[in-house]
Design a protein around this ligand. Structure first.
Ligand SMILES: Nc1ncnc2c1ncn2[C@@H]1O[C@H](COP(=O)(O)OP(=O)(O)OP(=O)(O)O)[C@@H](O)[C@H]1O
Ligand SMILES: [Mg+2]
Length: 327
């Protein structure tokens, strides 16, 4: 699954060319938010086939001519950036970001979590108030360095607040708007080994910023048929990012979440995923348990809330699998 990594050549912030100045305008507007998919199944479809399930998500993206000059990957040194993304809401993006990050930290790595979701669920999950005067909003707009809003909790968290909802609009008219996060990360590139970014349930400019800064994307998918719709749309967006902004970003894997091992439905949903995304579904499964809802109430990861429990083991296993892919 691992691809060769071109994140080597050092480039200064000033050298990062603006997207507008170097790349032909993409034929689709990457900053236009794509709403969470919640389309109902076609009338009369008793059980959807794999192809019908995945083909209704979005029309294929219009072909985009290769750009004359693709900017190099951000100068992030050896720091590796993972994005947890799925435009569908409530599929365990935040839960997976936090617990995977803590599992990496347990293994001795220096880890930063970035909360890029205006809902600020990751921030709150670490017991931090979400009515902060400064947040990723100010960082994305270049007003303050990211270090200024990193809070040391169980893990380091670059915090979000409801203000982040305004970042897409505020950035939309700026040059290099898709690279705001990438630029913000450069000053901490020697401070962390891994960065995990939690994204909102949309494919808008915030998520595009995360894809532009990322090495790999991890896609949590709730194990129900309807949750799988929209993966094609995510892939199309990622393809546009590869063509225009970050040629190296890849989906590292799909994580089946909230798996109810007692139901045939969950097993069928996993089979459907494996059928359609061969070789890209992680072997680790995140089982459904109320522990995942209880831990954030205490401001803890599942690793701290119930360190020896089965739920914590799910994320430790996933972390091992993700780490195995790091050269
Ligand atoms: N494995 C699990 N078993 C049971 N509940 C879970 C599991 N994982 C997550 N949850 C719960 O499901 C809810 C949604 O999870 P989470 O907030 O991580 O999803 P999300 O994809 O980040 O949502 P959003 O799109 O709104 O940001 C939360 O209440 C969380 O505690
Ligand atoms: Mg979330």
């Amino acid at each position: 699954m691992t691809q060769p990594d071109a994140n080597q050549a050092p480039v200064t912030t000033e050298e990062l060319p603006s997207v507008e100045s170097t790349v032909p305008a993409p034929q689709a507007d990457l900053s236009a938010p794509v709403e969470a998919t919640a389309t109902a199944p076609e009338e009369g479809a008793a059980r959807m086939s794999a192809s019908s399930m995945l083909s209704t998500a979005a029309p294929a993206a219009a072909p985009v001519a290769p750009p004359a000059l693709v900017p190099a990957q951000a100068p992030l040194g050896d720091m590796r950036v993972y994005v947890l993304a799925n435009q569908k809401g409530g599929v365990a993006k935040t839960t997976t970001t936090l617990n995977l990050a803590v599992a990496f930290a347990e293994a001795g790595h220096r880890v930063l979590c970035i909360d890029l979701d205006p809902q600020a669920n990751l921030t709150v999950s670490q017991g931090i108030e979400d009515d902060l005067p400064e947040s990723m909003y100010n960082v994305l707009l270049g007003q303050i360095p990211i270090k200024q809003i990193i809070q040391k909790c169980e893990i380091d968290v670059a915090v979000s607040s409801i203000d982040v909802a305004g970042a897409e609009l505020a950035l939309s008219s700026t040059i290099g708007r898709e690279r705001a996060l990438q630029r913000a990360l450069i000053p901490v590139k020697d401070d962390y080994d891994f960065v995990f970014i939690d994204t909102p349930p949309s494919l808008g400019l915030l998520t595009i910023n995360a894809f532009t800064a990322a090495h790999r994307v991890i896609v949590p998918v709730q194990c129900e048929y309807l949750s799988m719709r929209g993966l094609l749309q995510l892939e199309n967006t990622l393809e546009m990012v590869r063509e225009n902004l970050n040629p190296n970003v890849q989906i590292q894997g799909i994580v089946p979440t909230m798996v109810d091992t007692r139901t045939l439905h969950a097993q069928e949903a996993i089979e459907l995923l494996e059928e359609n995304f061969q070789g890209r579904v992680f072997r680790s499964r995140i089982n459904r348990t109320v522990r995942f809802a209880e831990a954030p109430v205490q401001g803890m990861s599942i690793m701290k809330y119930e360190p020896k429990g089965a739920a914590a083991k799910c994320y430790r296993d996933l972390a091992q699998e993700v780490m195995a892919d790091v050269q």
